[in-house]
Design a protein around this ligand. Structure first.
Ligand SMILES: *Cc1c(COP(=O)(O)O)cnc(C)c1O
Length: 428
């Protein structure tokens, strides 16, 4: 694609990161189902391993299909570099890996995907890392939670299970003053609704499993680096700013400039942790990203209509969609997600836990699954499933109390979606 124009989002979603294959003109990105790549000669191989020349060595590190996806998501997020990972959870570990060491901590929002709360409150302890969970609406609490060992703040743009929008600019300002990066999980907003880097985020992580692929076929993740953080401004990030023993003493920053984080993530993170995306998965996600804008428009349109309908239903006591005027977070929509508040939200049934279970068992069009961001409308009772491992207090803090049902509104005809909810609510 040869053009000097600054291409718009919808065009980048289709073209960024991919040109016709030079060997045969293949228009779609081929699935490069190969493990290794032939070196031109011994000198070429040596230069690749020295990071003096960029190229393909082995698919645990990089692969042309996977790179096309990384570059496309990077363009959509307005980043400097990106890597793809085997899942969203892998992307989170990969984002933290270059920043952390035993004894270091992160500040994490109390409102996160249930699996992330478990990953941060339990599993990362095995690496000697810890997370301090803080209500990000309490800016003073965020500030006072940061200590000398804090290496990042982590939040979601539109927090799962829905209805909450983070004031990214306010949190980024605090991270900035503390000299640490803000990491934003942008899974539920997608870059169509919000580009966190424009709000001060250093790193953006995605579960590509959700809206980026969009049809429930792939498990994948992406980490995008803004390229804007000065890793050498303090001694907090020695893996990036000092000789890295895991890569024959290379100083990644400032040697590799705004690609320091990305190269570190490939050369050490993917090399040694091996959380690599496979080329077939990358291909499906590339197909999905092509229609991201169209799908997100319809997701938002349908979610808004369904939320408004539910809000008036006599058996429903609350709907937590930030796109509703009644939401305490409605005022953040124009600033953070100006094209809409996403399609993931929860509602509360007056009948409590039993009513939720009855509703879920009565829905016919909705699929009862532990997933979101599919073309299909999905429903789940978080308290008995995704947030089951949390204490009742954590469940309530995360917006997943026992009387709450979470929906991910699909792109079917909205009248069919509402009719399904209507018949199921009638049985409650
Ligand atoms: C699903 C999800 C994840 C985890 O992604 P996987 O691809 O399932 O590993 C992380 N964050 C959010 C917001 C999610 O919805």
């Amino acid at each position: 694609m040869t053009t000097n124009r600054q291409l718009a989002f919808d065009t980048l979603a289709i073209h960024a990161g991919a040109a016709p294959a030079p060997e045969n003109g293949a228009r779609q990105v081929p699935i490069y189902q190969t493990t290794a790549y032939v070196f031109r000669d011994a000198d070429h191989a040596a230069k690749l391993f020295n990071l003096q020349e960029v190229g393909y060595i082995y698919s645990r590190l990089t692969n042309p299909t996977v790179s096309a996806l990384a570059n496309r998501v990077c363009a959509l997020e307005g980043g400097a570099g990106a890597i793809c990972c085997s899942s969203g959870h892998a992307a989170q570990i990969m984002a933290l890996f270059p920043l952390m060491a035993p004894g270091r901590n992160i500040i994490a929002s109390t409102r996160l995907y249930g699996g992330t709360i478990t990953q941060f409150s339990q599993t990362i302890k095995r690496f000697g890392w810890t997370a301090k969970f803080v209500d990000l609406d309490d800016l003073n609490a965020v500030k006072s939670a940061i200590d000398d060992d804090t290496r990042a703040i982590f939040c979601e743009t539109i927090a799962n299970p829905g209805g909450y929008i983070t004031d990214l600019d306010a949190i980024a300002a605090i991270a900035d003053r503390a000299g640490i990066p803000l990491i934003v999980d942008n899974t539920t907003a997608t870059p169509y609704l919000c580009r966190p880097i424009e709000h001060g985020a250093t790193l953006v992580v995605h579960s590509a499993t959700k809206y980026l692929t969009g049809n429930g076929t792939v498990t994948g993740g992406v980490v995008v680096d803004s390229g804007k953080f000065n890793w050498s401004a303090s001694d907090k990030f020695p893996s990036l700013s000092q000789p890295e023993p895991a890569y024959h003493g290379l100083v990644f920053h400032p040697t590799l400039g705004n690609m320091a984080f990305t190269f570190h993530s490939i050369a050490i993170g993917l090399r040694d942790l091996g959380m690599t995306m496979n080329p077939q998965g990358a291909h499906y996600t590339l197909m999905g990203v092509e229609t991201l804008s169209l799908r997100m428009q319809r997701h938002v349109e349908n979610a808004t209509k369904v939320a408004k309908w539910l809000e008036k239903h006599p058996k429903v006591s609350a709907v937590t969609y930030a796109g509703l005027a009644s939401s305490p977070y409605a005022n953040r929509v124009p600033k953070i997600t100006p094209k809409g508040a996403g399609a993931l939200f929860t509602f509360t049934l007056k009948g409590g836990y039993d009513a939720c279970v009855k509703l879920i068992d009565s829905l016919q069009l909705f699929s009862h699954v532990a997933n979101l961001g599919d073309t299909r409308s999905l429903v789940i009772h978080s308290a008995s499933t995704t947030h089951r491992q949390l204490s009742p207090e954590q469940q309530t803090k995360a917006g997943a109390a026992p009387d709450v049902v979470r929906v991910s509104i699909g792109i079917e005809d909205v009248n069919d979606i509402i009719a399904d909810l209507e018949q199921a609510l009638a049985k409650v």
